[in-house]
Design a protein around this ligand. Sequence first.
Ligand SMILES: Cc1cc2nc3c(=O)[nH]c(=O)nc-3n(C[C@H](O)[C@H](O)[C@H](O)COP(=O)(O)OP(=O)(O)OC[C@H]3O[C@@H](n4cnc5c(N)ncnc54)[C@H](O)[C@@H]3O)c2cc1C
Length: 378
Amino acid sequence: MNTPITIIGAGLGGLMLARVLHVHGIASTIYEAEVSPDVRTQGGQLDIHDYNGQLALKAAGLFDEFTTIIHAGGEATRVLDKHGTVLLDEPDDGTGNRPEVQRGDLRRILLNSLPADTIRWGHRLASVSPLGSGRHLLTFSDGGTMTSDILVGADGAWSKVRSLLSTARPAYVGTSFIETYLFDAYVRHEASADAVGAGALFALAPEKGILAHREANGVLHTYVALNKPEDWLDRIDFSDATAARAQVAKEFEGWAPALTALITDGETDPIPRKIYGLPVDHTWGRVPGVTLLGDAAHLMSPFAGEGANLAMFDGAELGKAIATNAGDMEAALCAYEAELFRRSASAAAEAERNLKLCFDDNAPHSLLDLFSQSSTHQ
Ligand SMILES: Cc1cc2nc3c(=O)[nH]c(=O)nc-3n(C[C@H](O)[C@H](O)[C@H](O)COP(=O)(O)OP(=O)(O)OC[C@H]3O[C@@H](n4cnc5c(N)ncnc54)[C@H](O)[C@@H]3O)c2cc1C
């Protein structure tokens, strides 16, 4: 089986690439490990930036639809100290350039914009090897194989395609997250809802913080962040949700109850997440017939708020490069990669810097200083 453009991974980046190719009349096939679009809830709110994510949506012809899913008011930002003292409170006055949307809504728009047969669900790439002349042999975990002419690794943090281009592996950045959800917050968790405010909350102290978002329908979505060794989360028994919540909350003794309730009142099983990143300056030499986009190319901590935006922008830029250089695919991939490396190094450096300053000895004042220096927030 041959397809002109083979994409591994139906995340935001792979879907955007397929959509922009489709807009330009170029067929592609996405092979996705998950068996259907609905196997996993696509939790979390993303702020979509006017200089990358929104440009991608415009290139995809989906900007108008995007405007219908914006969570109005969600751009508000707050910084608190551990006592719950509000140090910064910026309302969303509707003039911001980073509107918030639910990741699941964004993904649905992209999925609905593609011809029905674009995505082959339940195809987990197990290995890939070069056949020469830019072609590759792909083997899937069910034993099936296929040959690619142009292969794009949009397969996220632990990309299998990346091994064709680079020996780099994601490394633990030193921070672990525990994700919690509170529902119906304005009725049942009023104090926490007041603390979070209308949009994003950063409650910070040295080495730790509580990062939360008010999402649509009264949902408070929290990432509890702790600078800990890589195996720290492994030592918590997350099969006992109550005990796990208590153990995490213990790290926040002395914090305002409205903030710690974001942990202890969690209404779903808390989800442990270790945060990994590729080297800030991750690049590779050109290898015919294959490239990467999104986290596969430039995994970074979420502290620049750029990962999903960049994944979509990469997908759109690659789609446009292929469309305008269809006669010379290597020239297209070369031009795409030169810009990819430039923008991803810059965003990864920002993520690294922000991660350090959020939890440094001066927290939360280092973040306040950063906000006061720039007119835009992550
Ligand atoms: C806690 C957290 C919070 C974040 N918050 C933000 C934020 O606020 N703003 C922002 O811009 N970014 C944020 N990010 C980053 C963002 O989620 C990622 O950068 C973005 O999802 C990358 O998109 P992608 O398409 O490259 O990869 P992914 O979204 O990871 O998609 C990869 C796809 O490939 C599939 N796949 C993987 N392996 C295989 C295989 N072997 N075979 C076939 N398919 C495969 C996966 O199932 C998946 O569907 C956050 C990340 C984390 C961890």
